[in-house]
Ligand binder design. Structure first.
Ligand SMILES: [Zn+2]
Length: 204
């Protein structure tokens, strides 16, 4: 009987250790880099006084404030209006080894009729989750809210997408050259909605 008791005790200890390990794994936060594009002397695209570098920073700040999920750990490539080169951004990302990377941009086009959101990824072969998959998640989350006229997944070999080791997407949040998109992008409430959608997409 004594031996049986010992075996049972040992099994209990093993079971509880296994459970602890499992719990620790499940609580490991998802580390996400929000690449806040442009900054400093580089304003990105613009429409009058509306500057891409300011819009993406405003949305990034909203993401930081609205993120209540302890499982999502956000890091930002810039938190002030400063110039950071693409190389420095990639270095920051690859040193941190995040689970995913989300670059924030705003688009423009000579044709002011063109509107909507595009999510770009670069095909980098083997990845823990594919960049394409992440791009699709952003599009799905945005479509369910219907903020922009269209949301599309596209492929492009942008420097940060290509050189970041983690699954990465670049989100072009509408066109500053389009009146409707500009209205969305300068609206505080709509910016909050966009930030929430992006948080939903990266937490899935
Ligand atoms: Zn840009």
């Amino acid at each position: 009987m004594k031996t049986i008791a010992k075996v049972l005790l040992a099994l209990c200890v093993i079971a509880s250790l296994a459970f602890t390990t499992f719990q620790e794994n499940s609580e490991k936060p998802i580390v996400v880099v929000i690449n806040v594009s442009h900054g400093g002397e580089d304003s990105g695209t613009s429409n009058g006084t509306l500057l891409e570098k300011e819009i993406v920073q405003q949305i990034a700040i909203k993401m930081a404030l609205l993120n209540k999920d302890p499982n999502i750990q956000l890091h930002f490539t810039r938190t002030s209006d400063s110039y950071i080169s693409l190389q420095e951004r990639v270095q920051f990302i690859n040193n941190l080894k995040p689970d995913r990377v989300l670059s924030l941009h705003v688009n423009d086009n000579d044709n002011s009729e063109i509107s909507g959101m595009d999510v770009f990824y670069a095909d980098k072969g083997k990845e823990p989750i594919s960049s394409e998959n992440l791009a699709q998640k952003v599009v799905n989350a945005m479509e369910s809210k219907g903020i922009f006229s269209t949301s599309k997944v596209k492929q492009a070999n942008f420097f940060v997408l290509k050189n970041s080791e983690a699954p990465s997407v670049a989100v072009e949040l509408g066109f500053l050259s389009n009146a409707e998109d500009s209205k969305i992008l300068m609206d505080n409430t709509q910016q909050e909605e966009i930030a929430k959608v992006l948080l939903t997409a990266i937490s899935n």
